[in-house]
Write a protein that binds this ligand. Sequence first.
Ligand code: PLP
Length: 343
Amino acid sequence: MHQKLMIVDFRSDTVTKPSKEMLEAMFSASVGDDVFGDDPSVNELERLSADIFGMEAAIYCPSGTMTNQIAIKCHTQPGNEVICDVTSHIYQYEGGGIAFNSGASVKLILGDKGRITARQVSENINADDVHKAHTSLVSLENTSNRGGGSCYDLDEIRDIRKICDENSLTLHLDGARLFNALVAKNQSAKEYGETFHSISICLSKSLGCPVGSLLLGTKDLVKKARRIRKVFGGGMRQAGYLAAAGIYALKNNITRLSQDHLHAGLIAEALAKKEFVSEIFPVETNIVIFSVGQPYTPVTLVAKLKESDILAYAISPVQVRFVTHLDITPDMVQKTIETIKSL
Ligand SMILES: Cc1ncc(COP(=O)(O)O)c(C=O)c1O
């Protein structure tokens, strides 16, 4: 008998497949036409997620890109400016959507591993001057993907909110991996709900769903978002089959994230002992980003790992990324550590 090939896939936490239990929840979902507001599972997911964050309402969307882009559209007018870190997903990886969808410009901040400070926000709000774009929105990312899963200090976020209030700006959070930050820093979802005007969370990353993100905010914001989602082509019909996976994930897959963080730490420890690894970003959650030197380049290192059925991602000409997730088992981590030792 052939042993089953064990592919260890660290390319992203989006590669997970639904578990048997999640699939059962999906199969037995009650559904209806969600564009008519008739899908009980979507309604339950929206209610559940809003309650977790103590926010008034939520809207279910196919992707984190869509929830972010809808939020930006809700919070800006054409010609406005958005303040965000230079590595932000909303700027780097959403296809120029801020300009395309909202006609807004961007003020990029050089933050620390994806995190910006209240002082930087304050210094980058444009003066009330006809030559300048009108600053209207600040967008943060927590955890920061390109910051190696780095987490914000909640006090800094509160200081940023204060600056926003003083300058009539809105504050959005790209919380694609917010649950990783909540678990790692022992913070509460409600503290985030109180601090942001809108939050986007993803169910298809660390939480193991095949599809889905939620945009959380006030009832008025979500009403506006529902119209924009339709315009963006994101109105779904019997989406309850997918929403059921989200309900399952929110009830079962959050506390286990500490396991992913542990795995990321173990991999970073093994990497730190290798001469070809120079800088490793501090591992706070489930992402390990490190710089690669002689005798490898990111591309050749990824190819070498692939020979052992370990998949990682060369994210820049000098860096490789590993992301841990719920389909990575302790055995897989052990195999990866042994392989790293042998390089
Ligand atoms: C920080 C962050 N925000 C948003 C997204 C977008 O999510 P989606 O792939 O569902 O559009 C991602 C995807 O990796 C992400 O890492």
